[in-house]
Design a protein around this ligand. Structure first.
Ligand code: SAH
Length: 217
């Protein structure tokens, strides 16, 4: 990989860059510092693991840009007793970051290859509080609901009703909303006694949330 000195400098620069972009939550910065992103990217992009951009992973998907991972995690206002549902396991990186702050993470992925690879990565690092489910994230995990927090890491055109139905009272859901090739933005929903409160936040670019389990792979 790299000479170890460069690696440390890369990781210091990585954290500084998150701070510079406005990430201030200490628990989020600590989790971003702790999770080895190089274990979640493919062999040939490993040298870029600590640069602030998205990278390709298997099945034509992407591991999100670190800033966006940190930003969405911060928006969740996670507490250590929370149970979190993630839709779109991908490489498992976002789930790993969540798992360093919350009590338990359930993550759903529609590609078998990605679900299995992420499970192996968690085993290798020793993260034991993440369950990966192979399935359709549009349905959520009704048998495990309600969840204190829900995060979707693929873009939906509209908020999936099944997911808001699995949000605990006072729960928070964060997701990218928007068309496949058009403008998308991060949206935060809060489940209040008066109903769902919505905030529209930064512009982003995510792969689409697709219905059903993937047929191949
Ligand atoms: N959170 C990931 C980024 C994932 S990219 C990471 O940290 O690496 C989005 C992922 O959502 C892809 O792996 C894609 O296969 C998955 N996905 C898309 N639609 C889905 C659905 N309906 N159910 C479950 N996963 C879905």
């Amino acid at each position: 990989m790299w000479p170890s000195k460069n690696k440390n400098i890369d990781r210091m620069e990585f954290l500084l860059s998150l701070r510079r972009h406005g990430i201030t939550d200490a628990a989020v910065l600590r989790a971003m510092d702790e999770v080895p992103r190089e274990m979640f990217v493919s062999e040939d992009t490993r040298a870029q693991a600590y640069q602030d951009h998205a990278l390709p992973i298997d099945c034509g998907q992407t591991i999100s840009q670190p800033y966006v991972v940190a930003y969405m995690t911060e928006l969740l206002e996670l507490q250590s007793h929370h149970r979190v549902l993630e839709i779109g396991t991908g490489s498992g990186y976002q789930a790993a970051v969540l798992s360093r702050i919350a009590a338990h993470v359930v993550s759903i992925e529609r590609y078998r290859t990605l679900a299995e690879k992420a499970r192996k990565t968690f085993d290798r690092i020793g993260y034991t509080n993440i369950d990966v489910i192979l399935g359709d994230g549009f349905e959520g995990a009704p048998n495990l609901a309600p969840f204190d927090r829900i995060i979707v890491t693929a873009a939906a055109e509209a908020v999936p009703d099944a997911l808001t139905g699995q949000l605990a009272d006072d729960g928070i859901m964060v997701l990218p909303l928007g068309p496949r090739n058009g403008p998308q933005q991060i949206v935060r929903l809060r489940n209040t006694p008066a109903g769902l409160e919505r905030e529209d936040l930064i512009a982003v670019r995510f792969v689409p949330l697709l219905p059903g389990r993937a047929k191949e792979l």
